[in-house]
Design a protein around this ligand. Structure first.
Ligand code: ADE
Length: 248
C-alpha cells in the first residue's frame, strides 16, 4: 500500500513511522509512506498557507490553493481516497480501518489552525475522519493513529502469528486477561485452567472472559458482536453472577 500524507509538520511523523512494525513494513516494501510539506506548494513569495477567516472570528484558516496543488500534483489521476482528519469527520472505527486497508493507495490531509477552507472539503476530499470526541492541535496525530490501525490490516504487515483478525474489536469483543511466565508471581497465580493443557477448556474460558470483560466495560459492543447460542447462555450466567449479592 502507498500512503501520501499532506501536512505542515512532516517531522511529527518521523518517530512513530520509523519504529517497530511500521518501520519493518516499510523496509520490506509492504508499505510506502510519503510525507509532503504543504508549504512547498504555496504560490506566493512568503509561502503563506493560512489566512484570516472571512466574516471574522478567531484564529487562522488554511488556504485552499497550496493544498489543492499539493494533492493534485502528487496524486494526479490515480483513484485514491483523500481523507481529511478533523474533529468534524465520521468516527474512525476498526471496520473503517479494515475497509481502507483494501485500497492500494490512500492520501491524508492534516488540518491545522482553526480550520481549513471549506472548498477543500467540498471539492478535494472524499472522506473525513475523526479519531474521537476531543480536539487535537492538528490532524497529524490523528493521521498517525489511522495509518497505524489501517496498516495492521495490510497483508504482510503483521507476522503470520499476530493477525489483526483475532484481536480485540475484530471479533466485536474486548480481549480477556492474558498471562505469561512466571506461573507464580508473589502471591498471584496464573489461573490453573490456562496451564491444564486442555485446549477446549482453555478456549471456553477465554471466550467467557472476553464476554465478561465486554459486558462489564463496553456493553454497547455486544449489540454488534456476532454471538453464538452458547455465548448467549454464558452472558446470562455472567449477568446473574454480577447482579447476585455476595454469598458470604
Ligand atoms: N484534528 C483535531 N482533532 C481531531 C480529532 N479528534 N480527530 C481527527 N482530527 C483532528
Amino acid at each position: 500500500m502507498r500512503i501520501d500524507v499532506f501536512t505542515l509538520f512532516p517531522a511529527m511523523f518521523l518517530g512513530p513511522l520509523q519504529e517497530s512494525i511500521l518501520k519493518r513494513a516499510q523496509e520490506r516494501g509492504t508499505l510506502a509512506i510519503y510525507l509532503h510539506q504543504i508549504r512547498d506548494y504555496a504560490f506566493d513569495r512568503h509561502q503563506m498557507t493560512d489566512d484570516l477567516p472571512y466574516g471574522g472570528g478567531q484564529g487562522m484558516v488554511m488556504r485552499p490553493e497550496p493544498i489543492f496543488r499539493a494533492v493534485q500534483s502528487v496524486i494526479g489521476a490515480a483513484p485514491t481516497p483523500i481523507v481529511l482528519l478533523s474533529p468534524q469527520g465520521r468516527q474512525f472505527t476498526q471496520a473503517i480501518a479494515r475497509d481502507l486497508a483494501q485500497e492500494p493507495r490512500l492520501a491524508f490531509i492534516c488540518g491545522h489552525y482553526e480550520g481549513i477552507d471549506e472548498r477543500v472539503r467540498e471539492h478535494l476530499v472524499t472522506d473525513e475522519l475523526s479519531i474521537g470526541d476531543y480536539v487535537l492541535t492538528g490532524g497529524e496525530l490523528a493521521a498517525m493513529v489511522v495509518i497505524d490501525a489501517v496498516a495492521r490490516f495490510v497483508p504482510g504487515v503483521l507476522g503470520a502469528d499476530e493477525g489483526a483478525e483475532d484481536d480485540s474489536y475484530a471479533s466485536g469483543l474486548l480481549e480477556g486477561p492474558q498471562y505469561t511466565r512466571p506461573a507464580t508471581f508473589g502471591p498471584w497465580e496464573v489461573p490453573a485452567i490456562l496451564r491444564s493443557g486442555n485446549h477446549a477448556a482453555v478456549a471456553r474460558w477465554q471466550r467467557r472472559m472476553a464476554l465478561k470483560r465486554t459486558l462489564e466495560r463496553r456493553p454497547d459492543l455486544l449489540q454488534q458482536a456476532t454471538l453464538s447460542d452458547e455465548d448467549g447462555r454464558t452472558l446470562t450466567e455472567i449477568s446473574a453472577d454480577l447482579t447476585e449479592p455476595d454469598a458470604g
